[in-house]
Design a protein around this ligand. Structure first.
Ligand SMILES: Cc1cc2nc3c(=O)[nH]c(=O)nc-3n(C[C@H](O)[C@H](O)[C@H](O)COP(=O)(O)OP(=O)(O)OC[C@H]3O[C@@H](n4cnc5c(N)ncnc54)[C@H](O)[C@@H]3O)c2cc1C
Length: 489
């Protein structure tokens, strides 16, 4: 045992030495390792790291150790194991329902595993059929392909031939509904429909799955139990806050201030907020909003009227009597970890500036700021949003670069596009869209050897998001850490 520890320690030491040398020998390898270290390992808790490594190992061992006397037998073993793994993956996705990234990735893993399993089970039948006596003649006369093609016509008798097949088919259809129903087109166009499909398909998958195989019951009763515990724990930690202010600050944008007793919110995070007044309904249907300002016992949000709830909030603003109470769930999302970076670049489109306001507040409050240069690139449609939101920040040394995309050439709009005098910082602004490659290149060339923390809250298809995710700006002397926030779930 002692030898094993020694070997591990020496190996780690040697890896460290090699990595340190990599900076000069092979900068791109060094960069990949450093990104892994910075993004994946340093920020993760020990628990998360152990879970992820454990899960990767489980997937690897289960698949690599599959063996059989024939190739067919080997595939059968893999198919069965993937069915179990896929079920567990979906169970994990269920457990992490509140975490969009993990939920999505485990659901995808489960889907891929179950597609393999289903595909194998169906082709197994068609593979065998041509070898059965009544199909052999056909096979001999017209070849295996022709026999298999004809065998395809037997799908219905196959579907109803055994409990495995009919339940498996329904489960496959439920998975298709889950995948198609959560497509971005559905989520963005009909959010309530997406939630309904997700709920119904998940229940169908689960109930039929119990008939399909007992393993589904074991996996989902376990995951379901933990899921219920998680929902209850979150509901218990949720807190009901009073609305302290609800004021319109620009066209279709409202400022919401809520009393909050918790102390666990950090810049960059968002809170699930619900306004129905019913504890039960609030547990199931909340809306995420990024916190823009964290004060003792008070949180501030800026909310853009987008759909039913947000428009209701906007319309309620004038009528104090109608102000709802707010249930605030536990804070979620990535905590901004860029305070240690010498250079900070925050990029936002429209209301996407909200998480970065809290980051700027934290930077201004820091007693020993490590950041010496802060750039904010913000694209807005109209100038009326600029003054109220910029006035929320107190840091003087911010290089604001604001782009107004509204139709400024129309005579009637010229006046409303002027920055109001109430804007204390009066930053310069340009019309049109930013040319992100040029802007980022100029920042990079100003700080060629300094690490940059970049926050992005832009539309997913924005050129800037792709550019920032590319490795273009990082090199061995300066790493660009990218933190993305997405308002599209
Ligand atoms: C992490 C995160 C932080 C956000 N922060 C802010 C913010 O600071 N300010 C702000 O104005 N907006 C923010 N949003 C967007 C905000 O959550 C939606 O605009 C709001 O939920 C729309 O609700 P609705 O009933 O008015 O509109 P709907 O018509 O119901 O939906 C409009 C769109 O909003 C999204 N959406 C709706 N309901 C939900 C929900 N329960 N959960 C997630 N997305 C939903 C869907 O994409 C939907 O297509 C944030 C979103 C996310 C994911």
């Amino acid at each position: 045992m002692l030898y094993a520890y020694l070997v591990i320690l020496v190996t780690l030491y040697l890896i460290g030495l090699v990595l340190a040398k990599m900076q000069t020998w092979a900068p791109s390898v060094y960069l990949v390792c450093r990104r892994w270290w910075d993004y994946q390992l340093v920020g993760a808790t020990v628990g998360t790291a152990v879970s992820v490594v454990g899960l990767v190992l489980v997937h690897g061992v289960v698949l690599v150790s599959a063996s059989g006397d024939t190739v067919f037998e080997q595939h059968r073993v893999i198919s069965d194991r993937l069915a179990q793994l896929g079920t567990v993956d979906l169970g994990v996705a269920l457990l992490w329902w509140w975490h969009p990234v993990w939920h999505r990735w485990f659901a995808r893993l489960g889907l891929v595993a179950l597609v393999y399993h289903g595909g194998f089970q169906w082709t197994k039948h068609y593979y065998r059929r041509p070898h059965e006596t009544q199909w052999q003649d056909l096979g001999e006369q017209h070849g295996l392909d022709a026999a298999m093609r004809t065998a395809l016509g037997t799908w219905w008798p196959l579907t109803v031939s055994s409990t495995y097949y009919w339940t498996g088919t329904i489960m496959a259809l439920a998975l298709v509904a889950l995948a198609v129903g959560s497509h971005r087109l559905v989520r963005e166009g009909w959010y309530a429909l997406f939630r309904a499909i997700h709920g119904v398909a998940a229940v169908v998958f689960l109930v039929v799955g119990l008939v399909h195989h007992w393993i589904v019951a074991v996996a989902f009763v376990g995951a379901g139990g933990l899921w219920v515990a998680n929902v209850v724990a979150r509901a218990k930690k949720a807190e009901r806050g009073n609305v302290l202010a609800l004021v319109p600050v620009a066209e279709d944008v409202v400022k919401l201030q809520v009393s909050y007793q918790g102390s666990d919110v950090a810049p960059g995070q968002y809170l699930p907020c619900s306004f129905s007044g019913s504890a039960w309904k609030d547990t199931w249907w909340s809306h995420p909003f990024s916190v823009s300002r964290i004060d003792p016992q008070r949180l501030t949000f800026y909310i853009k009227a987008r759909g039913r709830l947000t428009r209701q909030l906007y319309e309620m603003a004038g009528d104090k009597e109608a102000w709802p109470s707010v249930q605030l769930g536990q804070p979620l999302g990535q905590v901004w970890a860029g305070l240690e970076c010498p250079v900070v670049v925050l990029i936002a489109e429209g209301i996407g500036i909200t998480p970065w306001l809290a980051v700027l507040q934290a930077a201004a409050a820091s007693s020993s700021p490590a950041t010496h240069s802060t750039y904010v690139i913000w694209t807005v449609r109209n100038t009326d949003l600029i003054a109220p939101l910029i006035n929320e920040t107190t840091t003087a040394h911010i290089d604001w670069q604001i782009y107004v995309t509204g139709d400024y050439q129309m005579e009637s709009q010229v006046e409303s596009l002027a920055i109001p005098p109430s804007c204390s910082l009066a930053p310069p602004y340009s019309h049109g869209r930013p040319h992100y490659p040029t802007l980022m290149e100029s920042i990079r060339s100003r700080h060629p050897t300094q690490d940059v923390a970049m926050g992005l809250c832009v539309h997913d298809d924005s050129i800037c998001a792709n550019l920032a995710r590319s490795k273009k700006f990082s090199h061995s002397q300066a790493v660009w850490h990218v933190y993305s926030e997405r308002f599209d779930v």
